[in-house]
Design a protein around this ligand. Sequence first.
Ligand code: GLN
Length: 460
Amino acid sequence: MSAASLARETGRRLAASASLNAALHWSQALLDREAERLDQALPGSLSGTSVALKDNLVTIDHPTTCASRILEGYVSPFEATAVQRLRAAGALVAAKANMDEFAMGSSTEHSAFGRVLHPLDPDRVPGGSSGGSAALVAAGVTTTALGSETGGSVRQPASFCGVVGIKPSYGRVSRFGLVAFGSSLDCISTFGRSTSDAAQLLCAISGHDPLDATTRADPPLAMPPVRQDLRGLVVGLPREYFPADLHPGVRAGCDRAIAALKRLGAEVRDVSLPHTRFAVPTYYIVNPAEAAANLARFDGVRFGPRQVGPEGDVRALYQATRGVGFGAEVRRRILVGTFVLSAGYSDQYYSRAQAVRRLIIRDFDAVFEAGVDLLFTPTTPTPAFRAGEKIADPVQMYLADIFVCPASLAGLPALSLPVGRDLGLPVGGQLMAADRDEATMIAAAIALESALDPIAEVRA
Ligand code: GLN
């Protein structure tokens, strides 16, 4: 397909899927300009594909709002490294995708511009915070999408929407131009309808970047060789991820995937990650602390619309701008984060959370040192929940991340792939690997995918 016809077809699909509210910014004029740019460029590894970008990745042509009023209409003067790289690899940038405000949430209901609908059931959520990106890929609007992960925001919506989501090791992809949320956790991550689509996008954006001091010096990721079987591979099943009260559909989906891993020749063994139960409480101290510090820059002076307060001084300007600009969940994180960092409390909360984070990292180190190559778990405790179900109870919302935030705290690569459907709703399985071992994880996921029917009912 020529770039011009891809641009036209993508525009037609974006228009036809408008009711999902998954795209915040796109226009046919910008799509056509992308096509002209691609016609003049050399072909690359992503030629012929279209990609949606979560709206916390800065772009020079579209606005970047992080789905927040505080950045409404903001257009960045520079572009994220990951976006530059995917454009250089021949991808057509299609749209900026809706998200939870500043990536805080697990349902995309916290967007200031309205919730995203699940493509298979409009009463349900697509997950979050990269819910717009997941929905656009699941609905077949774009080939792939970029999202961001701080604590599971790509794997969790991938699981809910029945697509693949890959989070790389921390430092594998440059964060330059990703609006900062939790800087020790943030990873740009990819979505595709297949592992290979999501992995190819990841390869194209990976690698060292002098503009992000936390990127590793390693060469960019390359697609691993295809494996016909998984003989010689040891897959651990951490018992803490399979509680007795696990949702029966999720359990059935995982059982199916575990049977397929065995059929492919992998050795499957039970393992333990004993500090798993501390991951959500630890995450919800470290994350708000870093978020409160990062969001201090949004004060009405440098970015986005400005509200002048009644007193006319600078403090009134900050208060008015931030008071109008931030939604409830963002305010909650700033309040919690400021509290856990405050003098007299930071030892009790922030320093302790950092110490527990070490224990969680050591749990993973121990299993990988004992000869386990990969871990397999459910991605989420339930399939997609209903809109409104958890919005009034932040703790219930945070618990949606229980199986995804440990890998984020440990900086490890992890992916979610569809393992079947329960009562019509996708169920996701998660693979986690040792630091920088994306290659083993991606090769195993491709083999597993070929051994599973992603739309078969798991409780037939
Ligand atoms: N749901 C988690 C949170 O609200 C994860 C967010 C993310 O990964 N961006 O913080």
